[in-house]
Design a protein around this ligand. Structure first.
Ligand code: NAP
Ligand code: MG
Length: 467
């Protein structure tokens, strides 16, 4: 037995700092075993028909619904999200994603003809390495697992080190509904060790990664060297652009609440609120009031509206950004306080203003409850400021004139633009992903399925043998 194979790590509740589980730290050598298991699983799974795979997704959706409170309590304890938000975001949303993929698969163009009369066949690409972060853990896993499985791929998942328990719970549900062995494999451990070893393995065709820009660049480089496909969902510094004819109060209140979902640990959070210069003071005041109204505390208490951030390290990242912003001359209007808690990685939500356009806090992703409020000098300036970012994941536009808002939306370089506060649609099929350094590829909907599909043209007499 390998000595490292006995190593374990503790999963800590960020609200209580109590250990809530212990999971194995897979050594690097385990990666090749996991890939081999997935290759065997692929052989079995790719031979099933689309309807059988769609039904399996529906069974998983049902199993998740049947375990709704258990899974949301587990996720809340792992990540600190208020338990009611964990139920909607980490159970109800992924359940809808699973069902959407069952429907999409039933209508997908698996087998078509081109203008030359050749058959164009789509099929599962092979073994998928999925690497996910901790912030919306179940949603991020299902956004990869659902399309991969329905395409006929098998998956090796390396969940974030902070949040492995929900992944293991999902794996147990998959087993209970009869998903064949080897089709969904979970490897827990460190990204830098077993995650890296998975990337360096031969035998996978797709790597689907969600996480930071820094790790994402590396994933893309390694996948490139293997000529494997990489889908990268990375960070953001998303703008909310408020035009002079918008309802300022609604725009600011909605943006603050959206920014602070999951204690701001949300890749598409609108973290730069851009308002007309003449309304800046008013906007800062409204934002400060909303921030001050949060009930920060125990995520299992239904009255809580913001839990802790995910780890002590993440809390220190956030306070570090705020300290540097202050020494850069910015004003932290409210928030960023940690001292009232003896236990737990809590932090009050922060509103920051008097920020220069080149300041770190205006450009870098904080990944915590921090909203920057900045002034723009009219629509042209607002577009330039919104697009002046390395990132391009998401954006929000606000105008009293729907036509003007729609025209503005088309000028913004981001993978998703939300008009006047529209939220995630009930049917989660709109493509999600980044322009520029926010990523490559799209998740959700039919375009999300394309990432896991390989294409074959059959020339000659492609329909001989067909009924
Ligand atoms: P991260 O540090 O990039 O980690 C993401 C995943 O990669 C984790 O599972 C991590 O494992 C693993 N990893 C780290 N180094 C690796 C390596 N060398 N090889 C293979 N895997 C490796 O990101 P994070 O701090 O967990 O998450 C926050 C970031 O994710 C933010 O930047 C956020 O914007 C982004 N995000 C993007 C989206 C999106 O859809 N665009 C959604 C959510 C979050 P360990 O946990 O063990 O380190
Ligand atoms: Mg990390």
């Amino acid at each position: 037995m390998r000595p490292e194979a006995a190593a374990e790590f503790e999963v800590v509740n960020p609200a209580t700092e109590e250990v809530i589980g212990v999971v194995p730290v897979a050594p690097a050598a385990f990666a090749s075993e996991a890939i081999a298991a997935a290759q065997a699983g692929f052989g079995v799974w790719a031979a099933t028909d689309v309807e059988a795979r769609a039904r399996m997704l529906e069974r998983l959706a049902q199993a998740m619904e049947d375990h709704r409170s258990q899974l949301s309590e587990l996720t809340s304890a792992e990540i600190g999200t208020p338990v009611k938000d964990a139920a909607t975001g980490q159970v109800d949303l992924p359940v809808r994603v699973l069902r959407s993929y069952a429907d999409i698969a039933r209508k997908y163009p698996w087998d078509t003809r081109d203008a030359a009369g050749s058959a164009v066949v789509r099929e599962g690409a092979g073994v998928v390495v999925a690497i996910t972060p901790w912030n919306f853990p179940v949603h991020q896993i299902i956004a990869k697992l659902a399309p991969a499985l329905v395409a006929g791929c098998s998956v090796v998942l390396k969940p974030a080190e902070l949040t492995p328990l929900n992944a293991l719970f999902l794996a147990a549900l998959c087993e209970s509904i009869g998903l064949p062995p080897g089709v969904f494999n979970v490897v827990t451990g460190k990204g830098s060790v077993v995650g890296e070893a998975l990337l360096q393995s031969d035998g996978y065709e797709v790597v689907s990664f969600t996480g930071s820009l820094q790790v994402g660049r590396h994933v893309g480089e390694v996948a490139g060297s293997k000529v494997a496909r990489a889908a990268l969902e990375l960070g953001g510094k998303s703008p909310a652009v408020v035009l002079d004819d918008a309802d300022l109060t609604t725009a600011v209140q909605t943006t603050v609440r959206n920014c602070f979902v999951n204690a701001g640990q949300k890749c598409n959070a609108p973290t730069r609120l851009l308002v007309p210069r003449a309304r800046l003071d008013e906007a800062v005041e409204i934002a400060g009031e909303v921030a001050g109204s949060y009930v920060v505390g125990d995520p299992s208490d239904p009255a809580t509206t913001m839990g802790p951030v995910a780890s002590a390290a993440q809390r220190d990242v956030v306070t570090g950004f705020l300290d540097r912003a202050r020494s850069d001359g910015a004003r932290v209007v409210t928030g960023g306080e940690t001292q009232q808690w003896e236990r737990g990685y809590f932090l009050t939500p922060a509103i920051v203003t008097d920020v220069s356009r080149s300041a770190e806090i205006a450009r870098e992703e904080v990944f915590g409850p921090v909203l920057v409020v900045m002034a723009h000098d009219g629509e042209e300036d607002a577009v330039a400021l919104a697009n002046d970012s390395d990132y391009g994941l998401s954006a929000e536009v606000w105008s009293g004139d729907p036509g003007r808002a729609a025209r503005l939306a088309r000028r913004i370089k981001a993978g998703q633009v939300r008009v006047n506060g529209v939220r995630t649609p009930e049917l989660p099929v709109s493509p999600f992903g980044g322009y520029k350094r926010s990523g490559i590829g799209r998740e959700l909907g039919e375009l999300g399925l394309d990432e896991f599909v390989e294409i074959k043209a059959i020339l000659g007499d492609p329909f001989v043998g067909e009924e």
